[in-house]
Design a protein around this ligand. Structure first.
Ligand code: CP
Ligand code: NVA
Length: 330
């Protein structure tokens, strides 16, 4: 297995063996970190971190992972560069490719990160686009393996708007790894047909099962994992809140729903989550719509079944594996 020089733009570009290889490498790197075994194999290299949308986990994971691998970073914030406004993506890629050994991009359309990769001449990593969030899925799958022992055959139910980056990427990841993926949402919130068809073809080869179900009780029966995400994603206008709340409230992950799944079922969320009134947006939504939690209740979020902070930690170990594999190899 050799991923040196490759981009990491979406899971569709990787085989199940390659995905497994990255997860296993992350697991080794995690152990090394816990045992204080240095792994500065990329000493002296540098990475550019482009964030056209905000971030806590992804940015910090890249920065800590780079530091552990011996690399330096430059953070370009949503307003701190010429990208897109005064300089095209292709020109930006050619400039940064001369200065850096790798480039992370978080932003809008998937076509932007693909364009960046086409011109950069160094590995480009997708830190989230509207369509995909592939480093998140690696972290999620490492976490599932740690908690449930395997990926293949496990039933993962994604509750909520499945048309966006998390629904799409989980569907692709589950198809690749031979899992049972269920998108549970109103019909109009199912992932787009082209992507579903592509994933069905993959599922045919891997033995994965994909289902699209609008009834939450039916969908979550025997689930090993119940997963959800925010109802309104970064970059979407505030005007969509009203429709999302009306359509997705029946899909909120609550204690009753969790009881419907397997006893061993875990709750997952890529975070950040609206589970209480501890955020400005959470408070505004409460005043306007009279709800104190959105995609998940505080009870579930804080429960023993919730493994959201293990997921968050694993962002760093898996991002480190992506950079090590694509810059160093082995
Ligand atoms: N899950 C995730 O990508 O979190 P951030 O937006 O904080 O990076
Ligand atoms: N769907 C969310 C994921 C955040 C990690 C968003 O794009 O805002």
């Amino acid at each position: 297995m050799n991923l040196k020089g490759k981009n990491f733009l979406k899971l569709l570009d990787f085989s199940p063996e390659e995905i497994n290889y990255l997860i296993n490498m992350a697991s080794t790197l995690k152990l090394q970190k816990k045992q204080n075994i240095p792994h500065r194999v990329l000493q002296g290299k540098s990475v550019a971190l482009i964030f056209e949308k905000t971030s806590t986990r992804t940015r910090c994971s890249f920065e800590v992972a780079c530091s552990d691998l011996g690399m330096t970073t430059t953070y370009l914030d949503p307003s701190g560069s010429q990208i897109g406004k005064k300089e095209s993506i292709a020109d930006t890629a050619r400039v940064l490719g001369r200065l850096y050994d790798g480039i992370e991009y978080r932003g809008y359309g998937q076509e932007i990160v693909e364009e960046l990769a086409k011109h950069a001449n160094v590995p480009v990593w997708n830190g989230l686009t509207n369509e995909f969030h592939p480093t998140q899925i690696l972290a999620d799958f490492l976490t599932i393996k740690e908690k449930l022992g395997a990926l293949s055959g496990k039933k993962l139910v994604y509750m909520g708007d499945a048309r966006y980056n998390m629904g799409n990427s989980l569907m692709v990841g589950c198809a690749k790894m031979g899992m049972h993926f269920v998108a549970c949402a109103p019909k109009e919130y199912f992932p787009n047909e082209d992507l579903v068809n592509e994933c069905l073809k993959i599922a045919n080869e891997t033995g994965a099962k994909l289902e699209f179900i609008s009834n939450p009780n039916l969908a979550t029966k025997n689930a090993d994992v119940i997963y959800t995400d925010v109802w309104v994603s970064m970059g979407e206008p505030d005007s969509v809140w009203e429709e999302r709340i009306a359509k997705l409230l029946p899909y909120q992950v609550n204690a009753k729903l969790m009881k419907n799944a397997k006893k061993s079922c875990v709750f997952m969320h890529c975070l950040p989550a609206f589970h209480d009134l501890g955020t400005t947006i959470g408070k505004q939504i409460e005043q306007k719509f009279n709800i104190s939690a959105m995609e998940v209740t505080d009870e579930v979020f804080e429960s023993e079944q919730s493994i959201v902070f293990d997921q968050a930690e694993n962002r760093m170990h898996t991002i480190k594996a992506v950079m090590k594999a694509t810059l160093y190899g082995e």
